[in-house]
Design a protein around this ligand. Structure first.
Ligand code: UDP
Length: 343
């Protein structure tokens, strides 16, 4: 366990104090960037850098090293154990193992990791009367109704036990604990279920498809489409998701879950591969691959999935702005600016 290293700036107790776990991660870094742009907020990041795709010092320089941003490089568990007299008004919980390949080394321990962190933060939220936002996953739907997932449909648990299922079950257990704690205590909390986030700062390391395809195209290597490529996903720009998280925190109804994903951006993975080849101007060709030859026997594919997001759209006025080509282009620009990104 890494020791707590606090950032350089004094805390400003008079401000709206916000805790962001996983704030140096792909999504977290965009949420933090948005939050610190308001000098009336003080943001404290807790991140152990275990799954962060970023060099956090470089990130801090890029966002102008704002005085209203402090951080602790440590686990959620050790932060909560050592935290004395915290007075956060809002807690965004994003820290988590992540990615269909990224979760594999944690097989057998994922439920404990996810649930333990969630309970720690529920306690902290109750102590300081902070509103709590939990970032869950669209995996809890297990594929929904032929891929279509809305908050009202029953969740489906597949017969086969996989590491992907362990991750989904862990997130669902955490959700359940939060919703029921809201029912029996003063806790105010919301849940967000994002669908296939993509865009700048995402790395291919967890297995995520878009940075992998872009990296392959920029190196003119074969583009590895898993299976036959007919699996459906709907990609949403990370900036749209960050905007959605902040809306849910500010306006979401306590005890509710909100899907965040852009149904307009539905695409098959084969079509995505072709689009990336075209938009990078690459010489790459598509190859059809069994993902187990890359990630080993524990790897599992998800069913088709795409969101119904009308709850966030109608109740919170959330409107995703970026179409699929713009997402791909923004991610390409980022990969080009970082040599070797997307591996
Ligand atoms: N995928 C692929 N080639 C890759 C990486 C992923 O064809 O090199 C596929 C993967 O099998 C899945 C889709 O792209 O069907 C989205 O994968 P990702 O890991 O980004 O997200 P998830 O599977 O969790 O939706």
């Amino acid at each position: 366990m890494k020791s707590v290293v606090s950032g350089p700036h004094a805390t400003a107790r008079e401000k709206n104090r916000i805790l962001v776990t996983g704030g140096f991660g792909f999504l977290g870094s965009h949420v933090v960037e948005r939050l610190v742009s308001d000098p009336g907020r003080h943001v404290h990041v807790v991140d152990d850098l275990s799954t962060s795709p970023l060099d956090h010092r470089r990130y801090l320089c890029e966002v102008g090293d704002p005085p209203n941003l402090t951080y602790s490089i440590c686990t959620v568990d050790s932060f909560c154990r050592s935290a004395e007299e915290q007075d956060f008004q809002e807690i965004y919980h994003l820290a988590s193992v992540v990615g269909p390949a990224g979760v594999l080394p944690h097989a057998g321990r994922i439920v404990q990791m996810v649930v333990n962190d969630t309970y720690r933060l529920i306690e902290l939220a109750l102590e300081c009367q902070a509103k709590f936002l939990d970032v869950s996953t669209s995996e809890v739907y297990g594929g929904g109704q032929n891929g279509f997932c809305t908050e009202d449909y029953p969740k489906i648990v597949p017969a086969k036990t996989t590491v992907r299922l362990e991750y989904a079950v862990a997130k669902l257990a955490a959700e359940t604990a939060i919703v029921n704690t809201c029912a029996v205590s003063p806790l105010k909390a919301c849940i967000v279920r994002p669908f296939n986030i993509a865009g700048p700062r995402q790395s291919g390391k967890g297995g995520f498809v878009l940075p992998r395809f872009i990296g392959q195209c920029l190196r003119d290597e074969p583009v590895t489409v898993f299976g036959c490529g007919q699996q459906v996903r709907a990609f949403t720009h990370v900036k749209d998701i960050a905007d959605g998280l902040i809306r849910v925190m500010e306006q979401g109804e306590s005890g509710e879950a909100y899907n965040l994903g852009n149904p307009e951006n539905r695409i098959t993975i084969l079509e995505l591969a072709r689009r990336v080849i075209e938009l990078t101007g690459s010489e790459s060709e598509v190859v059809f691959v069994d993902p187990k030859t890359i990630y080993g026997p524990l790897f599992a594919e998800a069913s088709d999935k795409y969101p119904g997001a009308s709850r966030a759209m109608n109740d919170l006025g959330w409107q995703p702005r970026y179409d699929i080509n713009r997402i791909i282009m923004d991610a390409i620009d980022y990969c080009r600016s970082r040599n070797g990104w997307g591996r």
